[in-house]
Design a protein around this ligand. Structure first.
Ligand SMILES: NC(=O)N[C@@H](O)C(=O)O
Ligand code: NI
Length: 165
């Protein structure tokens, strides 16, 4: 298997794939509620309305992956964005790829901290949830509909994440 080494997740590095949901990535900050709350405004778009889609909030309870982690497939949601926000206080892995003529290109792996969420832009190739350390809950905002909104693709040769840094 081809080795795949994660890098630290940053908003700039992830931008070709979507947005990192973290306070440092807010372009607008508002003091609200009579100064008792700071609003880190509009960090990522919710792009789910294609073909009658509607925004829904779910909780994903991910079982932990153990090294070495095999990356043999990727998926994408052609009709909507998908956002994950960790609730468990643990880092997790994010694996994404550019589109190459309708198939996922070379994967890029990121180690996300326990305070960083990610929003995959509509149609972005990504690996399904990769929790680490223990069973971990994530708040997920994505597209509700009766259609599949899921495209999967296998890599001809799998990759292996053998270490986190
Ligand atoms: N299938 C499902 O809803 N989960 C995936 O989309 C994922 O990205 O984890
Ligand atoms: Ni997904």
């Amino acid at each position: 298997m081809k080795p795949l080494l994660p890098i630290t997740l940053t908003a700039d590095a992830f931008r070709p794939f979507g947005e990192v949901i973290e306070t440092d990535n807010a372009s607008e900050i508002h003091l609200i509620n009579k100064g008792t709350t700071t609003r880190f405004h509009d960090i990522a778009p919710v792009d789910v309305s294609d073909k009658g889609g509607r925004p829904i909030i779910s909780i994903f309870r991910g079982k932990p992956f153990v090294l070495p982690i095999r990356i043999s497939m990727m998926e994408r949601h052609p009709l909507g964005s998908q956002a994950f926000m960790p609730l468990a206080g643990r880092p997790y892995l994010v694996v994404v790829a550019q589109d190459m003529a309708g198939r996922p290109g070379e994967p890029q792996a990121f180690l996300a901290s326990e305070t960083q969420g990610v929003s995959y832009a509509k149609g972005t190739w990504h690996h399904p949830l990769l929790a680490l350390g223990d069973v971990s809950d994530f708040l997920v905002l994505d597209r509700g509909s009766n259609d599949a909104n899921l495209e999967e693709a296998d890599y001809p040769e799998p990759y292996a994440i053998n270490a986190l840094t």
